[in-house]
Design a protein around this ligand. Structure first.
Ligand code: NAD
Length: 408
């Protein structure tokens, strides 16, 4: 079939197998080009990535495996393709990762299922035992709208809403390129609590506890989870809103985990980038589009793989203890948050209108990155070609044997 992007309410509900494979390989190749710099460092040998299939988690797994040569176990929740419909981007990305890792003689295993469940934790622990592994690094990179509590079975949903008052701010639709004023009603106490349950640190801590109890952590193990701070103009909807409460809980969890002595736990504050959910968050498409334009003009734009390359080489495994801010967090958002960049971005957002949108903001760059996250708009792919949704088209590694991808 011919696979074209199906975007509904700013969510893309399908993916292109060949585009996803090429994008994953592009990231792998960009790390292989920097390989000599990794050889000089003592990196992790065994890594677990929870949320491994897209965005920051996929980039972390690629850096660990293709940079440091680590054995990697990855967990993500994907929809498989059928003869007549495409799977999720992560399904194709995982296959490509597995194939390329096998071709490079890197050990690993990919698990497909709910990371919030106890069953998935048990499966990972059983695999670690069977493979004789203890993890040096656990990356926690989940982004999910929903979580089922593993003990009570209660279902919690996360929302992105302000707390205590209505939020109003300029935003842009990345597809129609229309500017508008977004208005979001404040969250209820119940919505705040549910968002913390989904995106806070509770499940991260459950993972670390389960791994520790199973003796699946190495004595010098480190864990890192990802967060975002962003500019003050986004704080009412982000940092001071429901998701910010969840991230504050994640940060508290890092402090608690570290003080338990079982592991060194960090939160890394990463740069704003376009991922699968970015187009539905009010203000973010406009902010990111302006930020992209300003950072590209200054030659300091980075993507997920650049960010994770810096996190691993310059922070976590530089040989020195990672530098942290006054709240104990690793910062790799310093180029985004630099005073000159933020002053320019803020001024542009304040004055932008329909007449100068394309001059002040890179909305097209946002749109293309969003499509690429689903395997569309990738250079070198023939989007008119007939292709089976079941094909993974991962090229070089496709002929090599794969360690089984386990369905959870
Ligand atoms: P993403 O949507 O690209 O990746 C999320 C991952 O979580 C995917 O692998 C998905 O399969 C997995 N996942 C979701 N629910 C799951 C479940 N129930 N079981 C197993 N796997 C599940 O998101 P991302 O943007 O890479 O975000 C990862 C983390 O980085 C989040 O904590 C996010 O807040 C943070 N972060 C993102 C940005 C940004 O701009 N994108 C910036 C800073 C920090």
């Amino acid at each position: 079939m011919i696979i074209k992007p199906m975007v509904r309410n700013n969510i893309c509900i399908n993916a292109h197998p060949e585009g996803c494979a090429l994008e994953t390989r592009r990231q792998i190749e960009s790390i292989l080009l920097r390989r000599a710099a990794y050889d000089r460092l003592a990196g992790p040998k065994t890594v677990l990535v929870v949320g491994c299939s897209t965005g920051y988690g996929l980039a972390s797994r690629i850096v660990a495996a293709f940079g440091f040569g680590a054995t990697t176990l990855g967990v993500s929740f994907e929809r498989s393709p059928s003869e007549s419909s495409a799977g999720t981007p992560g399904w194709y990305n995982n296959r490509t990762f597995d194939d390329e890792a096998a071709a490079a003689a890197l050990r690993g295993r990919s698990f497909d299922g709910d990371a919030f469940s106890s069953g998935m934790k048990d499966q990972v622990i059983a695999a670690a035992r069977e493979m004789g592994l203890r993890f040096d690094l656990v990356v926690y990179s989940l982004a999910s709208p929903v979580r089922t509590d593993p003990v009570t079975g209660a279902v919690y949903r996360s929302v992105i809403k302000p707390i205590g008052g209505v939020y109003r701010g300029k935003t842009v639709d990345p597809f129609s390129k229309a500017l508008s004023l977004a208005e979001v009603q404040p969250a209820t106490a119940e919505e705040i609590a549910q968002t913390v349950k989904v995106m806070g640190g509770e499940d991260w801590e459950l993972w670390i506890d389960a791994l520790r109890e199973a003796d699946a952590l190495s004595p010098s193990a480190v864990t890192v989870a990802y967060s975002y701070v962003g500019p003050e103009l986004s704080w009412p909807i982000y940092r001071d809103g429901t998701i910010g409460r969840a991230k504050a809980h994640l940060e508290e969890t890092a402090r608690r985990l570290s003080s338990s002595g079982a592991i060194r736990a960090y939160v890394s504050i990463n740069k704003a980038l376009v991922t699968r959910a970015s187009a539905v968050i009010p203000v973010i498409p406009l902010y990111v589009s302006v930020l992209y334009k300003v950072m590209k003009e200054r030659g300091i734009h980075e993507d997920c793989i650049d960010q994770m390359d810096r996190l691993f080489r310059d922070r976590l495994y530089s040989g020195a203890k990672p530098a942290v801010d006054s709240e104990g967090r690793i910062r790799i958002d310093e180029l985004e948050m630099g005073a000159a960049v933020q002053a320019e971005v803020g001024a542009r957002i304040a004055r932008v209108d329909d007449s100068d949108l394309s001059k002040l903001a890179d909305v097209e760059g946002f749109r293309l990155d969003f499509l690429r996250a689903h395997g569309f708009a990738v250079d070198g792919v023939d989007y008119e070609a007939d292709i089976s949704p079941l094909s993974s088209h991962s090229g070089a590694g496709a002929a090599a044997p794969r360690d089984a991808s386990v369905k959870g």
